[in-house]
Write a protein that binds this ligand. Structure first.
Ligand SMILES: C[S@@+](CC[C@H](N)C(=O)[O-])C[C@H]1O[C@@H](n2cnc3c(N)ncnc32)[C@H](O)[C@@H]1O
Length: 222
């Protein structure tokens, strides 16, 4: 794992072709974000995507609305390069993790899609707080994250469902590699813990956007 050029399970150059087979409904995460932002009437938003990865969300958003002013952040220089190849001068780029963001009251939208599950509890709190600080008053934070089910028994069922999904595309060894990252390289928390964290960071309105398998989306207004 140490050779991989970012914290995800795949090198930046093969991330896009693999991620759709790792996370059920991956493309739906981005569709949900777009639907929410459009519904909120944000026509030319200043938008920070932290943990942008290869820039897939930004590319999709720009293809629907060319007026969005994107800032893309990621601690992996290689991921950021992949993003730059997709969005070029349509975005500006920041090479840092969410806990290192230093924006204040700048953005209408901040997104963090599958990028905060590498943090321990204090690190995650710091990351979300920095996303909060980066937003203007009334701005929206949208995040999708790996989740833990509310009991060990239901978590085991959730894991089995994910294992079945992974097995459609990967051999047994690769499936095990993904499952074994949980609790070692990625640290999912429950939906209740996500909502509590968002409230503790100061968001005025905290909501679930979407949930299936072991992923959930949340949106919160500053
Ligand atoms: C699973 S990928 C998700 C990428 C992208 N958001 C997407 O929707 O495909 C996780 C991304 O989070 C980035 N990442 C890792 N640690 C991070 C941190 N501390 N803060 C922000 N992003 C981080 C990784 O470099 C990687 O690009």
């Amino acid at each position: 794992m140490s050779k991989i050029d970012n914290a995800s399970a795949y090198d930046s150059g093969i991330y896009d072709s693999n991620i759709v087979n790792v996370l059920p409904y991956y493309t739906e995460f981005h569709a949900q974000v777009m639907d929410l932002v459009k519904t909120m009437g944000l026509n030319a938003p200043e938008w920070l995507d932290t943990g942008c990865g290869t820039g897939t969300l930004a590319l999709r958003a720009l293809s629907e609305n060319n007026s969005i002013r994107f800032t893309l952040a990621d601690p992996s220089a290689q991921m950021l390069e992949q993003a730059r190849a997709k969005t070029g001068d349509k975005a500006s780029y920041v090479n840092c993790g969410s806990h290192e963001l230093s924006f204040e009251n700048k953005f209408d939208v901040v997104t963090a899609i599958q990028s905060h599950h590498y943090y321990d509890k204090p690190g995650r709190e710091q990351a979300v707080k920095h996303c909060y600080d980066a937003l203007k008053e009334g701005g929206v934070f949208v995040t999708f994250e790996n989740i833990k089910m509310s009991t060990e028994a239901s978590d085991a069922i959730g894991l089995k469902r994910w294992e079945n999904f992974l097995s459609k595309s990967f051999d047994q060894e690769e499936v095990k590699r993904h499952i074994d990252r949980r609790g070692v390289e990625v640290f999912p928390i429950t939906i209740e813990e996500h909502l509590k964290l968002l409230k503790e960071c100061g968001f005025a309105s905290v909501n679930v956007l979407w949930q299936s398998y072991l992923q959930a989306g949340f949106w919160a207004i500053k």
